[in-house]
Design a protein around this ligand. Structure first.
Ligand code: NAI
Ligand code: CS2
Length: 487
């Protein structure tokens, strides 16, 4: 079948210009999803164009995505990224990926053996927030997580990303091979620290000596990653076919903006991603927190209240002046004051840039997609800021409205009584709570009582309970649009 590897493609596609046969899988990446394709893999490809090094990537999907991996192999692991600005689109072909594996296609053993190969220097991850199997409120391994329980019972045949990493490190230690760096690229606050805690907590339960070896020899740099990459749709794939000249089922569309700030802490070498715009720094955490609160916090706000207000995409919410203003105020009044940034950081400039990015009409980023997995996102996007304002006695009405929006959304029913397809690891608990309370303000306390999301402190704050209850009441009586306008 004709594909991008064996067919003449349109001249406008920017192609890799380096010897792909010289690449080695020095990076194993877990999570060949939308984001990685348009971010780390593209950064790596552009770097290879400049320095001709041998940093190739082996892609692994631990959950789902078998068809994507099969397809990728059929097209010699080449695929395209369409960077869609408001007015123009640039298409780039990525060549940094030269291998792929999937436990369903190749077996668990093949994945572990690859991760244990001597030349593998980095295992990177975009496995979604829930992939860390951590308690969202504490950031420590959730020992009651089903995947973790199964992996602890049978550590040599893991299924979770954490189980795979620990077993691969065990094998490397046994074979006297240097460890790899574990680099999280997920939207998790202090993602490196969370990955480290999960790996060490798991290893401690399996083999204390191994845990000690990991603690001493493995590093887990934190990273701040940013690029809006909506899930591919039939529409974006059709557009890519037109731009490329042949179908590319692995193709992905995204915004032109991209940012990558990486803690420079690698145990076994690293690529020079800095030559194509990544920044290596000693402390990423302030940048991570800034992005998670200002970008992702307002994204979640717009996702819940936008979906309820009848907006399918983030750019649609930006056409409503009160949503636009509320998003900006959420950034500048609710989130910016909670940050502790290096001198000279222009937060207002950052907020304006974010509003512009959200407005990009070429990107069809579904509010429903961002609304997914709220139990994993709310703590880091809104919880910390809420605590800041409660301590400081300052105004947090945007956060209260955002949380009330989430609470309404997870009822599973929209303003016109249409069902909402709520996707979340805690969806069964939400259903149970809603079955008991119905759409009624009494649900607010029941939801705030979920310790894994809100800790034990927030429910005790009467002022906060009232603020969220009032916001919830307004949403259910007047609708999300009126509630947002009331801010
Ligand atoms: P996606 O849905 O396209 O891909 C999800 C990936 O995670 C798949 O490769 C899947 O195999 C893997 N996965 C899912 N559950 C897992 C689990 N329990 N254990 C191990 N692997 C698991 O999503 P996408 O867009 O690639 O986003 C992935 C993550 O990347 C996000 O959750 C976020 O943390 C981060 N990110 C995404 C951005 C975006 O705009 N899409 C931007 C910045 C960060
Ligand atoms: C979004 C993010 O899906 C979500 O929760 O908020 O994926 C967002 O698009 C990225 O973090 C942008 O870098």
């Amino acid at each position: 079948m004709s594909n991008i590897a064996n067919t003449e493609i349109n001249d406008q596609v920017i192609r890799p210009n380096y010897d792909r046969t010289a690449l080695k899988s020095r990076i194993v990446h877990l999570g060949f999803g939308a984001f990685h394709r348009a971010h780390q893999a593209l950064f790596t490809s552009e770097m290879l164009d400049k320095n001709g090094s041998d940093w190739g990537i082996c892609e692994i999907n631990l959950f789902g995505g078998e068809d994507l991996i099969k397809q990728l192999r059929e097209q010699d692991h080449l695929y395209t990224v369409a960077e869609k600005g408001a007015d123009a689109t640039t298409v780039k072909m990525v060549g940094s990926v030269t291998e792929s594996l999937h436990p369903v296609l190749d077996g668990q053993r093949a994945v572990l053996e690859k991760m244990a190969e001597e030349q593998v220097a980095i295992v990177s991850m975009t496995i979604t927030e829930k992939g860390y199997c951590a308690d969202p409120a504490t950031g420590r391994l959730d020992k009651n997580n089903g995947l973790i329980k199964a992996d602890l019972a049978n550590p040599s045949e893991p299924n979770s990303a954490i189980g795979y990493i620990v077993e691969a490190l065990r094998i490397r230690r046994e074979l006297n091979i240097k460890p790899f760096t574990v680099m999280s690229c997920d939207n998790v606050q202090e993602n490196g620290h969370v990955a480290r805690a999960a790996v060490l907590d798991f290893a401690m339960l399996v083999d204390k000596d191994l845990a000690g070896w990991i603690e001493t020899n493995v590093t887990f740099p934190c990273t701040m990653v940013d690029r809006i990459v909506p899930a591919a749709t039939a529409e974006t794939l059709a557009e890519i076919t037109t731009l490329v000249g042949v179908e590319d089922p692995c193709g992905i569309a995204c915004e032109p903006f991209r940012q990558w700030v990486i803690e420079d802490n690698f145990v076994n070498g690293r690529p020079e991603w800095n030559i194509v715009g990544a920044e290596f720094v000693t402390d990423v955490v302030p940048f991570e927190v800034m992005k998670l609160r200002m970008l992702n916090g307002s994204h979640s706000f717009l996702a819940y209240l936008g979906y309820l207000g009848g907006y399918a995409h983030i750019s649609d919410t930006m056409t409503n002046e009160s949503y636009r203003k509320a998003a900006f105020d959420m950034m500048m009044k609710a989130q910016a004051p909670t940050l502790n940034m290096p001198e000279g950081t222009d937060l207002e400039g950052y907020a304006n840039l974010l509003i512009n990015r959200f407005t990009n009409p070429s990107l069809k980023h579904q509010t429903w997609q961002i609304a997914m997995d709220g139990s994993q996102k709310i703590p880091q996007r809104m919880g910390g800021s809420l605590r800041f304002h409660l301590d400081a006695g300052s105004d947090y009405k945007w956060l209260a409205m955002g949380i009330a929006g989430w609470m309404t959304y997870i009822s599973g029913s929209d303003e016109k009584a249409n069902p909402i397809d709520v996707r979340d690891p805690m969806v069964d608990l939400f259903k149970e709570i809603y079955q008991q309370h119905g759409i009624n303000t009494s649900v607010v306390k029941a939801l705030l009582g979920i310790e894994a999301i809100f800790g034990t402190d927030l429910i005790k704050n009467e002022e906060l309970v009232t603020a969220i209850t009032d916001a919830y009441q307004l949403i259910i009586t007047d609708g999300a649009r009126a509630a947002v306008a009331s801010l």
